[in-house]
Design a protein around this ligand. Sequence first.
Ligand code: SAH
Length: 350
Amino acid sequence: MTAIIEQLYETRDIPDTELKLLIETKHYDRELFQYADKIRKEYYGTDVYVRGLIEFTNYCKNDCFYCGIRQSNRNLERYRLSKDEILSCCEIGYKLGYRTFVLQGGEDPFYTDKRIYEIVSEIRKKYTDCAITLSIGEKPYESYETFFKAGANRYLLRHETADTEHYAKLHPAEMSLENRKNCLRNLKKIGYQVGSGFMVGSPFQTTDCLIKDLRFLQELEPAMIGIGPFIAHHETPFNRFKNGDLQLTLRLVGILRLMFPYALIPATTALGTADPQGREMGLRAGANVVMPNLSPVDVRKKYELYDNKICTGDEAAECRACLSRRVLSAGYEIVTDIGHVRSLKEQPKK
Ligand code: SAH
């Protein structure tokens, strides 16, 4: 084993200079993926957890420069799902074996705290054995607390980049890294299992930004870490930027697995969009979660975060079957399980 991989494998950490080397060259990839897979199997066996993703609104008051559902995109038909529509997605998902529902959307003021409270409470009442995950952006402490009381127990909020200047190049002036970090800290304090993460290859990103991302995650210790390549959307200010690199994204998945052995790391839809085999490669690089789409087929194309997003045409059951095949072909297996994080202190599965 090369010294750099050995140190990362044994101690879960390496100095910045070595991280830089690891990130910038393909030299270590084979060994990195081999050890990432080894440690993933020690902690999680070949199990892959599923999260049913319900994209319930594409309205957004924010204007992130990379995102296709940003407010300024006037060439997008907007939609919202009703409580009953969301519940029927959950019902379909439950039958398919999903024990986690992720409600994701733009920051849509129509869904007041009261409305989210009602939706979450109703899902909680019906599905006591499931996790309810929210991914609806930055909110005040009290709102997060309200949703938690309703029964939400997980929250996904990527920090996007942990470099202040880089953050300012990706977002309008009203948004700040400091606020995003604060939200993440608040979510943890309330008791949510938190997921964070970043885009790989977003415009103006440097290796130093990526190192800061990893350092920030060490500080936050999230249960889940989601990363995916940046993919340009034609109706955004970043329409002419080139997409994030697939191999670099996979390399970062491997690094994340070695630094955070316990973490839930999804093989994301963006990875699957960057390459038809992207998610399978992500699993082999250390990922252990997939997030099939549970949104009604007629709204799927409208939740267009980036161009050519995959899985916009299939019914939920088809998505489930397709993913099962893909996961098996990569050498792993989807399990019907709530899929909690294995704690830092827990001994690895042998
Ligand atoms: N409003 C919610 C959900 C955002 S969409 C929130 O603020 O958390 C979920 C994720 O999609 C984002 O966190 C971002 O990392 C990713 N995303 C958005 N636009 C993208 C693009 N053009 N390419 C790749 N990923 C993108």
